[in-house]
Design a protein around this ligand. Structure first.
Ligand SMILES: C[S@@+](CC[C@H](N)C(=O)[O-])C[C@H]1O[C@@H](n2cnc3c(N)ncnc32)[C@H](O)[C@@H]1O
Length: 272
């Protein structure tokens, strides 16, 4: 089977399925998109062909491509992804963009709670090398992947701590707390499509709000004067997240929409 024939196994030309098949082939052959297009007549070896067919079968069974290839681009970074981590989503880049627009100290003290692959913490570290950034997660194998990603991307100043939300941290105050916590209701029908990703990364009690509430309620005590919290949340949680910030005495509360026009990130400042 040559590359053109392999591509034809999946979807129509210009479909997302065909694009995913192309990404899989690029990964397996270790080549860029442009080279794949130039080598359509090239035959796959038996090993390449088998790996390709195995990969397609995993994707068909609902596994994200990132678990098959073991990596995912995020911001300007290439991040290792395993079954211990969520696959970073493009919408989370909205949170990074939002944070980069804030006027913060040049050496701001920042924490990313529930860092997963390290996506948010490492993207911020790549843009603001002088910030003091800490990244936490409740699951050590997840944090090991994030640490590997820090080394892979040369961002070794980021510190990593394991523990449940603020319990991971020693006594200190932050200019900025960021998090993309679990926020899906355990009964949400969308969970059917997310079965291969860890539940601990996705599900939260109280209609998906339990972890967001902890971060907002406890976060006040971990902020310096005029510090910010910036949170990613569900498309239908904008109002309740704003209300929770307000109840806890935050100001400058604002929700930012994602690329699909849905509420996705809410930020708020605490005037101590
Ligand atoms: C939605 S994922 C976000 C991962 C990453 N920040 C991203 O945006 O791709 C949530 C992360 O929070 C972690 N987590 C879940 N419960 C936690 C807790 N109680 N304390 C700290 N981290 C937690 C999960 O292990 C997971 O890595």
């Amino acid at each position: 089977m040559n590359i053109a024939q392999a591509l034809e196994l999946k979807g129509e030309i210009d479909s997302y399925e065909r694009q995913e098949a192309a990404w899989l082939l690029e990964h397996l052959l270790g080549i860029q998109a442009i080279e794949l297009k130039l080598r359509l007549e090239q035959d796959l070896t038996e090993i390449q062909e088998q790996a390709y067919l195995d990969g397609l079968a995993r994707i068909e069974q609902g596994e994200p491509l990132a678990y098959v290839t073991g990596s995912q681009p995020f911001w300007t970074l290439d991040l290792k992804v395993t079954h211990d981590t969520l696959v970073p989503r493009p919408d989370t880049e909205i949170l990074v963009e939002t944070v980069l627009k804030l006027q913060l100290d040049q050496k701001a003290n920042v924490v990313d709670l529930g860092t997963g692959t390290g996506a948010i913490a490492l993207a911020l570290a790549s843009e603001r090398p002088e910030w003091q950034i800490t990244a936490t997660d409740i699951f050590q194998p997840t944090l090991d992947v994030a640490q590997e990603n820090a080394v892979r991307n040369g961002l070794i100043r980021v510190q990593f701590c394991c523990g449940a939300w603020f319990e991971a941290l020693s006594d200190q105050k932050f200019d900025l707390i960021v998090s993309n916590p679990p926020y899906i209701d355990p009964d949400d029908v969308h969970m059917q499509m997310l079965k291969s990703e860890p539940e601990r990364a996705l599900i939260s009690d109280n209609h998906g709000m339990a972890d967001i509430e902890i971060i907002i309620q406890q976060g006040r005590n971990w902020l310096k004067a005029n510090g910010w919290i910036v949170l990613e949340h569900g498309y239908d949680q904008g109002k309740i997240v704003r209300d929770t910030f307000e109840q806890q005495g935050f100001q400058q509360i604002k929700t930012i929409k994602d690329y699909g026009g849905n509420d996705r990130v809410t930020l708020a400042q605490f005037y101590a």
